[in-house]
Design a binder for this molecule. Structure first.
Ligand SMILES: Cc1ncc(COP(=O)(O)O)c(C=O)c1O
Length: 377
């Protein structure tokens, strides 16, 4: 927490406006709008990032028998909404950016056209671990094939490409404020649209679906069904206080990354997630791969040693195309894969990256990894 949260929560309780809405929901949306430089009416505060992706698909009319492209190297919350809409996911592998490969995307789409098959309606591209995907190249491709572009910026709030904020390049962008994100309300999501023509209209429609699709009558009247996805005023007040520290958090996260990076400067087999040209990630998580034949042993011993010091680590996210869920008979999926993300998953590790880390903490973690690298090479 940043310091002002309790004060704002108290204000909510004194107003007795706990839920459903209230002034902090508006204020939270306004803070996001200002930070990412889009109009306030193009921002919608919701209960989770997953709901935000679901509403984007719903508003864009994604339904049964539709196809939706997605980064394979992502978290399940990014793609489960495709299944909620009974559509079929198409997983695209990563490239040297670790994020979605524009080449594999373009190859897949050109083959789809040449085989005269149905084109996907949308792409959900994830900016993983707070680092920007090659969004300008990706947008050119989605424009060429007239496919809606949804940015999963759950992990990349505050990241930029050519000084433009993550989440504002596509038709929709989403942010997550769950417990582990750069900012948290304990749980929340935000849906934004920077589409100049339809953005405000789409957000208005998403708001309608997020509050049970109630018609504008004094009694409860329903022509359609919706969802109960709006954010509470209490959690929004936490979000307002958290937004005060976003810039400082990004600075601190980048500093943590730089410290790790300098600690491994002499170890060529250690490769960090890159930052694409003209971009600045928020370095939400510092992630690296051990790119040597003995990576398995090094990682196994490192995780054990860190655990013994009460330090938690996690492998990189397991790509969606490798998940048993998407290799079952029940759930249909398609993929264009060259094993890049599988290799990252096998060789990678997420390092502790919380902004309360001290230089001594970072150095201790680095020394444990270095000790195990030296043991095996
Ligand atoms: C890449 C990515 N997409 C989607 C989500 C879903 O966000 P939430 O947990 O707020 O539903 C998360 C985080 O959990 C995420 O990391």
């Amino acid at each position: 927490m940043s310091g002002n949260e309790l004060k704002l929560i108290e204000d909510v309780f004194q107003s007795n406006y706990i839920a459903p809405l209230g002034k902090y929901v508006n204020l939270f949306e306004e803070k996001i709008a200002n930070h990412i430089n889009i109009p306030k009416e193009n921002v919608l505060a919701l209960n989770t990032g997953t709901s935000a992706i679901h509403l984007a698909l719903k508003v864009l009319g994604i339904k049964k028998d539709d196809f939706v492209l997605a980064s394979s190297f992502t978290f399940i919350g990014s793609v489960a909404p495709i299944l909620y809409q009974n559509a079929t996911p198409i997983f695209i592998d990563s490239d040297n950016s670790w994020n979605l490969s524009p080449k594999l995307l373009d190859d897949f789409l050109s083959q789809t056209v040449s085989k005269n098959l149905k084109l996907p309606k949308a792409l959900i591209v994830t900016h993983l671990y707070g680092q920007m995907a090659k969004i300008d190249e990706i947008k050119k491709i989605t424009d060429k094939y007239q496919i809606y572009l949804i940015e999963d910026s759950a992990e990349s709030l505050g990241a930029t490409f050519k000084n433009q904020q993550s989440g504002t390049f596509g038709d929709f962008g989403i942010f997550s404020f769950n417990g582990n994100k750069i900012l948290t309300t304990s749980g929340a999501g935000v849906l934004v649209s920077n589409n100049p023509k339809y953005g405000a209209k789409w957000i208005e429609k998403a708001k309608f679906y997020s509050t049970q699709a109630k018609e504008n009558t004094i009694h409860y009247e329903h022509l359609e069904y919706g969802f109960n996805y709006r954010l509470s005023n209490v959690l929004a007040s936490i979000g307002v206080a958290q937004m005060e520290v976003l810039t400082e958090r990004v600075r601190k996260k980048r500093e943590i990354f730089e410290r790790y990076k300098s600690n491994f400067a002499n170890f060529k087999c250690v490769k960090f997630m890159p930052e694409i040209k003209n971009s600045e990630g928020n370095r939400w998580l510092t992630t690296l791969i051990i790119d040597t034949v003995n990576y398995k042993k090094i990682l196994k011993d490192t995780v054990e040693d860190l655990n013994q010091n009460n330090i938690e680590t996690r492998p990189l996210w397991k790509p969606m195309h490798l998940q048993p869920l998407f290799n079952s008979d029940e759930v249909k999926s398609i993929k264009n894969i060259d094993n890049t993300s599988e290799n990252l998953f096998k060789k990678g590790i997420c390092l502790p990256s919380g902004t309360e880390l001290t230089i001594e903490n970072i150095d201790l973690i680095s020394q444990i990894i270095i000790k195990n690298i030296k043991k095996y090479i």
